[in-house]
Each structure stands twice: as structure tokens, then as C-alpha cells.
Ligand binder design. Sequence first.
Ligand SMILES: N[C@@H](CCC(=O)N[C@@H](CS)C(=O)NCC(=O)O)C(=O)O
Length: 217
Amino acid sequence: MSKPLLIIGNKNYSSWSLRPYMALKQTGIDFDEKLIRFGEPQFSKAVRRYSKAGLVPVLIHQDKVIWDSLAILEYIAETWPAKQLWPKNPTARAMARSMCAEMHTGFKALRSACPMNIRRPVKRLAVNELLLKDVARIEALWAESRKRFGAKGNFLFGKFSNADAMFAPVASRIQTYEIPVGKAARAYVASVLDSVAFRSWKVAALKEPWIYPEDEV
Ligand SMILES: N[C@@H](CCC(=O)N[C@@H](CS)C(=O)NCC(=O)O)C(=O)O
């Protein structure tokens, strides 16, 4: 099968790009990547060459163009079924898909107050009520999936799945901004940050020289 090409933004900042990267890298799928830097004058034009939506990430595979991180995760799971990116158990799978959808459309307080910024020195951020509400909901989702389906591994549904790919940027934010969470959530964050995929993304992110003041909190 030909290699997919993943178009991404800056590794330091692009939380949406991290998601499909996590799924491809963590499951050992061979892929190429192309980084289009935010803020470069031709960013929009360069992305539009691949997808008229003009946003990263985009996956190109054979004659297909898939844009939007969640659609890409679905495509990866469907195209490489042996990687089992969705849990086998239908009840677990239904929950995993729902969690991904909730992550995709929700948690705006957390996302806007704490932009993903891998390079930022770890330092506690003052948290507001809305942000704490988001974090409480995320912790509840993590606790439930781990308790019901995840006991046999370190990830939300045991072995690595698309749900972990979707929540990886949240794990990074919890660490960077020292967002207060309980012991179980801290252990899960550590599993994500210690994964092969996240570590390789982080090595590259730390080498990037570009700084965007609007994302420096
Ligand atoms: N819902 C989309 C959102 C993608 C998105 O907002 N990408 C941002 C980068 S993280 C982007 O391309 N921003 C460039 C711009 O707004 O010009 C997804 O999940 O892929």
C-alpha cells in the first residue's frame, strides 16, 4: 500500500495536527509528513493546494484527500484495521467514538485559555471556573473509560486507540500549565506523554524556532 502523506502545522502549537500523527506513529504506520508553518505568508495558499478548507491537518492517501483531524482518525482506523484504533468491544467503541466527538466539539474554555505550547516552561496557570468544569468532565470521561474498559493497559481503553490520539493535546496542556487533576488522571497523562509517538513529536517541536506571541500564555 502506498504511504500516506500527513500535512501538519507547527509541532509546538498545532494540537489538531498532533492527533492523526499520534495514531499513525503510535501504531507504526509508515507515512510521510509535510509541515506548513503558521504565519508564513503563503500558509493559506500552501494548505489550499491540498484542501480547500485551508486548515491543517490534511491526509493525502492514494486518490483520497481527508481533512479534519477526526475524519482522518476514522480513515486511518478503516484503512489499517489490524491496528485496532477503535476498541473491538462495541460498547467500548461507542463510548470511544462519543468521547472523541465530545473532545472535537467541546472543552472550549480549556482550549482557549491553554493553547498547546510544548516548549513553554512548565508553570501553573491561574484557573477559572469554566476551565475547571472542562477539566472535571475530562477527568470523569477518562476515569470511566479506564475503569470500564482500560484495566488491561495504560490507555483509555487499555491499548492505544483513537481516543488517546484525540486527548493527547489535553494531556500536554495539563502538564504544561500544571492544571490540577487527580492521581489517576496524572498517571494517564504520563502514559500519553511517555508514548513513542508523543516523544518523537516533542523532540521535533522543541527544535522549532518560531514563536507566536498570541499562543504564549
Ligand atoms: N476541525 C479541524 C480544525 C483544524 C484547525 O483549526 N487547524 C488549525 C491549526 S491547529 C489551522 O489550520 N489554522 C490555520 C488558520 O486558521 O489559518 C480539525 O480537527 O482538523
